[in-house]
Design a protein around this ligand. Sequence first.
Ligand SMILES: [Zn+2]
Length: 339
Amino acid sequence: MTSEGSGTTEDSGEVLYGAVDLGGSHIGLALGTVDPAAGEYRLIARRNLEGGGYEGWAPVLDQIAEGILELGREVGARAAAVGLGCPGWVDTEKGETRFLPNLPTRWRDVPVARILGERLEAPVHLLNDVRAATLGEFTLGAGRGTSTMALFALGTGIGGGVVVDGKLRLGPLGSAGELGHQTVDPNGPLCGCGNRGCLEAVASGPAVAGTGVRLLRSGQAPALFELTGGDAGLVTAETMGEAARAGDEAVKRELERIARLVGIAVANVVVAIHPELIVLGGGVAGLGDLLFDGVRQELAERVRVFPIDDVRVEPAVLGTDAGLAGVLVWTASFGSSSP
Ligand SMILES: [Zn+2]
């Protein structure tokens, strides 16, 4: 039996942490425990908040603090430390957001760890959200038992993360692992980052859907037309995958082309860090074999400088919980010390 304020759970005495997955449209909150050595975690209580926050960061931090405190009251214990996964550039050492491009007002230089820390009376640690997901998959998911791994999160944008010799690598700005912004097509489309032909510009969810819409409108995708009723708004990587399996050859060829581009990016990372495992997550990874076969083929053709028989390319296994799980691991890695 423990009382509120102890930072431990009642039944096991394990340390209780708070985890926040901060997104543009949705914010996930959880209290949980983690045993990185055993590769296990448990989310004990959780809550989803609406994102948005058009008035800026202050009300959002308010909501997060109140939500974490409420979860603590629900379980009768308080988080010993809290971690926050953020969609963008954060200063992990100072605990400040530098630039979160997809959030209203963009959160420039906000001392999030200090503000939340005062409200929650606990140390608060920040990490980029996809780096958190990478740490989650590495420690608790697909990467368990490996020591060098990279993750590609193929979603609305493409994020990534790299773990080398057992350690999540962040670099001097916390930006190491931006795998979506490597050039895979020198003459490719303009990317949101300003470069041309980034992986994100050709293989993100919207980029994939864009190719499907073109095929739909040019009459080359009868199965996709059938599946979507001709509504371009319903064209996604998922419906394109279904259409390809239902016999749309043009859609299948387009997905193969995109898989090859992802394969080039994967091959580049493999020669850079020689991982045991590449993890592909996010909506586009839901294409399954239609993506993974092309990626593995491209990898085999392009990496010739060392044997890659033991380099696996596998889907992420933690799903949308990867971010929260990774934040638990990140937060626990600081022990009970303040940031
Ligand atoms: Zn880019």
